[in-house]
Design a binder for this molecule. Structure first.
Ligand SMILES: [Zn+2]
Length: 340
């Protein structure tokens, strides 16, 4: 990104940063990107009851793609914004789900895809604030999985936000709703996979991208169609069950494409991740919360978690509904993919 030489570009406001850009087209795209945080703020306020202002957004002089939040400010690096735009500009066809017309519209213009990526990222940060994750961690300092739990919570609550916002933009009939979910998964997939490609993923707080993406796909299977529908926590509804195969096949398909271009990264593959949770006959899903021992987190924030089928005896609460094709082969030929 090209800045004027005299730009004091450490911790500047977003407005000032945009002013400094030579390239007006880029400035407009970045403007649209950062302004897309407003509906995210509004939706999170509405769903959580959080009323104070969210921390202001600043641009920081940091070489790597970077976004973070504290009580006082949210910071993002220019390369993070560039990353959102670059990933959104990847002109990929999504050869899934036969009639994915809406995806074609989105991929012709990089900005909508970049918005999905940015809105998911900033929603993740805002949830750390809205749910007071840092206080929760302080009070539960002895909880070894605390960091992972709050990161997972932020990831998955942010998925719900992006799903609701994308529903407003792309209207599809109810029977094609799964396509919106796959579209969201597609862009978050490329965002996280490419973001972590050059970096070691040995983060103290985040799990590897394969694990995060598997959890995100899982969340997308059981998010109710509208906020008025109850969360189908036991996966009893045929509509919930019908989403599982297409969403996970899409995830494996994206990873096959990724591995073809970039080889096997340190973080492993989606297939390996799925196999961790699969017995030869299938996969069980169940509502759990990774941070169950921690206080005040139950409310409505139930996220599904994969479990080994063998790890719990209570068959009534498990649902063996998704079969990995050939033990999780990541090189799925297109003919094996769903066509409707
Ligand atoms: Zn986080």
């Amino acid at each position: 990104m090209q800045l004027r030489d005299d730009a004091p570009w450490s911790g500047m406001t977003v407005a000032r940063f945009i002013e400094q850009l030579f390239d007006r087209d880029l400035a407009n795209q970045i403007s649209a990107l950062v302004e897309s945080r407003i509906p995210v703020e509004e939706l999170i306020r509405k769903t959580t009851g959080y009323t104070p202002d969210f921390p202001d957004l600043y641009i920081v002089n940091e070489e790597l793609p970077y976004i973070a939040i504290s009580e006082y400010r949210c910071v993002v690096s220019p390369s993070f914004l560039a990353h959102c735009l670059a990933v959104g500009a990847r002109n990929q066809s999504i050869p899934l789900m036969g009639g994915l017309g809406s995806a074609v519209v989105v991929t012709q213009n990089p900005l909508p895809a970049a918005l999905i990526i940015f809105q998911w990222s900033i929603a993740h940060e805002y949830y750390h604030i809205a749910y007071r994750h840092s206080e929760l961690l302080e009070r539960n300092a002895q909880e070894p999985l605390g960091d992972y739990a709050v990161e997972r919570d932020a990831d998955l609550c942010a998925v719900a936000v992006v799903y609701r916002l994308t529903q407003r933009v792309i209207e599809v009939p109810e029977e094609r709703d799964v396509e919106i979910r796959i579209l969201i998964l597609h862009w978050i997939f490329w965002h996280l996979r490419l973001l972590t490609l050059g970096n070691s993923e040995t983060s103290n707080t985040h799990t590897p991208s394969t694990e995060r993406l598997t959890a995100i796909a899982m969340k997308l299977t059981h998010l109710p169609l509208t906020v008025r529908h109850p969360v189908d926590v036991e996966l009893n509804q045929p509509t919930t069950r019908a989403r599982i195969a297409p969403i996970f096949e899409a995830l494996q398909y994206f990873d096959a494409e990724f591995l073809q271009h970039f080889g096997s990264p340190e973080s492993g593959t989606i297939s390996d991740e799925l196999k961790r949770f699969a017995d030869p006959g299938g996969i069980s899903l169940r509502i759990t919360e990774a941070w169950q021992p921690m206080e005040n987190t139950r409310r409505h924030r139930a996220h599904l978690q994969w479990l080994h089928s063998g790890t719990f005896a209570d068959g009534a609460n498990s649902a063996r509904i998704f079969r990995l094709p050939d033990g999780g082969n990541s090189n799925l030929p297109a003919s094996q993919l769903p066509s409707s």
